[in-house]
Ligand binder design. Structure first.
Ligand code: ADP
Ligand code: MG
Length: 354
């Protein structure tokens, strides 16, 4: 049994990253094949000289990461796989296998779990990864899904979080903020439905952002594209928590600073219009929204011509010396310090900033 009498530190006090650091501070690596343990999008294992293996795991908990009121189980299964594959692609690697562990209460009939698996299997087929194992157990409340993904890459291709150098360019794929605004629309409809269950919402104008929330796609295409362009990023991370938090991760790991230009942040027109509708600043959403599963990376300036004009990429800033700090340069040409306001599972007070 766990006796709580002597311990007074709340989880919220440490925060998600603080807790991980705290729990893993005594971890020691003893295997020569462990090239990189905790601290990146995925661990790196090397069993042969030709290939490295990357491993990542993520857990989704009902009521914390998803709400079955508007998340169909099939989509949930699909998204749970995407969240993990995204971490593999963020290493510039190819995803090859997953394992899936679930804990479900008896509130879930077999048919519900079949739906979940339909989504998981669709993701495996679409992304060409094999489901090779897992674990199944009961839970007293709600549904928990934990997926581990495995991938491979040539040692020279692997991109960690710590390789950015001053003057490197900061590049992001796709567009940002859609998943978060999709969630806002779904939350609003849920409230409307509570008051009037007969209301027929017209979600057509929001299709793009609702898809970004319910059926995200991991950027499997990016490692392949980078290879064909002969570009190896100096560092890379996936955008699960919001742009500012991920930029801070890359900078802290590489001991560098960065300037991000507000006007360069890629936004879909739907995100801009829905932000106006909700009276929220679209830059704030791109910086803090999260769940976009795009990739953020840094490249040496000599590679600029190779990615310039490519519709998959936006150059949004550059890396500076560490002492210059991390800033966003606004459209009004103001320089503002970047703050990590990304998603934090233990957050209490800052919820309104999400
Ligand atoms: P991501 O957002 O990319 O999924 P996380 O912030 O969850 O990454 O994790 C950061 C690092 O800490 C990763 O290397 C992950 O494997 C490791 N990690 C997270 N939670 C734990 C834990 N409970 N025990 C050991 N390592 C952990
Ligand atoms: Mg990640």
């Amino acid at each position: 049994m766990f006796d709580n009498k002597g311990s007074k530190t709340s989880l919220a006090e440490l925060g998600e990253f603080g807790l991980i650091e705290h729990l893993t501070r005594f971890v020691e690596l003893s295997q020569a094949s462990t090239k990189k343990g905790i601290g990146d999008d995925a661990a790196i294992l090397q069993f042969s000289n030709e290939e490295e293996v990357v491993v990542t795991t993520d857990m989704l908990v009902e009521g914390v990461h998803f709400d079955l009121a508007y998340m169909p189980l099939k989509h949930l299964g699909y998204k749970a796989v995407m969240v993990n594959l995204s971490d593999i692609y963020a290493m510039n690697a190819e995803a090859t296998q997953i394992t899936v562990s679930i804990a479900a209460s008896n509130r879930f009939p077999v048919e519900a779990l079949e739906e979940l698996y339909a989504g998981i299997l669709l993701a495996c087929k679409t992304y060409k990864v094999d489901l090779v194992g897992g674990d199944t157990t009961s839970s007293t409340a709600g549904l928990i899904i934990s997926i581990t993904a495995i991938g491979k890459a040539k040692p020279n291709d692997i991109c960690q979080r710590n390789g950015a150098k001053p003057n490197d360019l900061l590049v992001v794929t796709g567009d940002l903020g859609g998943a978060y605004m999709g969630l806002q629309v779904l939350e609003r409809e849920k409230q409307v439905f509570k008051v009037n269950p007969n209301a027929q919402p017209d979600l057509e104008p929001y299709t793009y952002i609702i898809e970004r929330q319910l059926k995200p796609e991991a950027r499997k295409d990016i490692p392949t594209l980078l290879k064909s362009l002969e570009v190896t990023p100096t560092s890379m991370i996936d955008i699960s928590d919001g742009l500012s938090s991920e930029i801070i991760h890359l900078c802290k790991n590489a001991k560098v600073g960065a300037n991000l230009f507000e006007e360069k942040i890629p936004l879909d027109p739907t995100v801009i219009s829905v932000c106006e509708e909700f009276n929220i600043d679209s830059t704030t959403i791109a910086l803090s929204g999260g769940e976009d599963y795009e990739l953020l990376f840094t490249i040496n300036q000599k590679d600029y011509d190779k990615i310039k004009g490519n519709p998959n990429f936006s150059i949004i800033g550059h890396i500076t010396e560490e002492k210059e700090g991390m800033h966003i340069i606004t459209r009004a040409n103001q320089k503002i310090a970047l703050k990590a306001r990304g998603w934090n599972s233990f957050e209490e007070d800052e919820q309104e900033n999400k």
